[in-house]
Ligand binder design. Structure first.
Ligand SMILES: [Zn+2]
Length: 275
């Protein structure tokens, strides 16, 4: 089974009005105005997955700061999974500290969404090191929802969307949320290398890493390093589509054996995620 765990979908009217929406959503504006940026509707995503013989894709709207916009894109994600129930798995986006969090998570869950993400700690102005003091964790545990969290490396070249959230903040968040299944996007901003520390390995037992945008960031040897560390079973294939198509990952994945590639491209995700 082949699964892409990191796919962005955008409703057509947000694509048409992205400049207007960006006026009140600075992180959305930053990302949507970069030359690399692309938007895709769920129909386009479905076509792309099918053309590449993928069995499943996890899709979600943009993690806005505004609850109303989050609700709006969650509705669109619910529509997507109704149209493609066998192909698409929908996640919900939420402002994690909002007073109506529980209401929206319940509504989205009843609408068929089965995870939370991609959340943007800095982009949504959502300090994560103290998030355990809110209703967020219980809410996710109650519905058994995995969380896809944006993380990025804080070294190397700048690109729009690269945030300053430090590794120790993500670590603190994880230590307080060890019961949750957490996917750290973009190879965890390099946090995966620290699974070499015994204490982190233990606290990160339910943490996984997706490969999204990895071809922009790392040499393909990162897959060999993951094997060496002993965490190849925690690496989940994600494209960040429409930023990058599936085919762009072929070359880097070529360092893996057929069996390992099957693990990364879907078998690992199939084991841990509820569909
Ligand atoms: Zn991301």
């Amino acid at each position: 089974m082949k699964i892409d765990v990191h796919v962005h979908i955008t409703p057509p009217d947000i694509i048409r009005n992205y400049k207007k929406i960006g006026e009140k959503e600075p992180y959305f504006r930053l990302l949507s105005e970069t030359p690399h940026n692309r938007f895709a509707t769920y129909e386009q995503v479905a076509e792309h997955l099918q053309e590449n013989h993928f069995d499943k894709g996890i899709v979600f709207g943009f993690g806005f700061q505004d609850m109303g916009l989050c609700r709006y894109v969650n509705d669109y994600t619910m529509e997507a999974i109704r149209q493609y129930p066998d192909l698409l798995i929908g996640y919900m986006v939420v402002p994690a500290r909002h007073k109506d969090l529980e209401k929206e998570v319940e509504r989205a869950y009843l609408g068929g969404l089965r995870g939370v993400g991609e959340l943007f700690p800095e982009g949504q102005n959502m300090e994560i090191a103290t998030l355990h003091e809110t209703a967020f964790k219980d809410c996710l545990l109650h519905y058994q929802l995995p969380l896809l969290l944006h993380t990025n490396e804080t070294v190397g070249h700048y690109y729009p969307g690269k945030t300053k959230v430090a590794m120790h903040e993500v670590e603190t968040f994880i230590r307080h949320h060890q019961e949750l299944t957490i996917i750290l996007a973009h190879f965890g901003g390099g946090l995966l290398f620290f699974e070499l520390m015994k204490e982190l390995r233990a606290a990160f037992a339910n943490v996984y890493y997706d490969t999204a945008a990895g071809v922009f960031l790392y040499d393909k040897e990162i897959y060999n390093v993951a094997r060496e560390i002993g965490i190849l079973n925690k690496i989940l294939f994600g494209t960040d589509y429409p930023l990058l198509p599936i085919s762009r990952y072929d070359e880097s994945l070529s360092v893996l054996s057929d069996k390992e590639r099957a693990m990364v491209m879907g078998e690992n995700a199939k084991k841990i995620l509820r569909f």
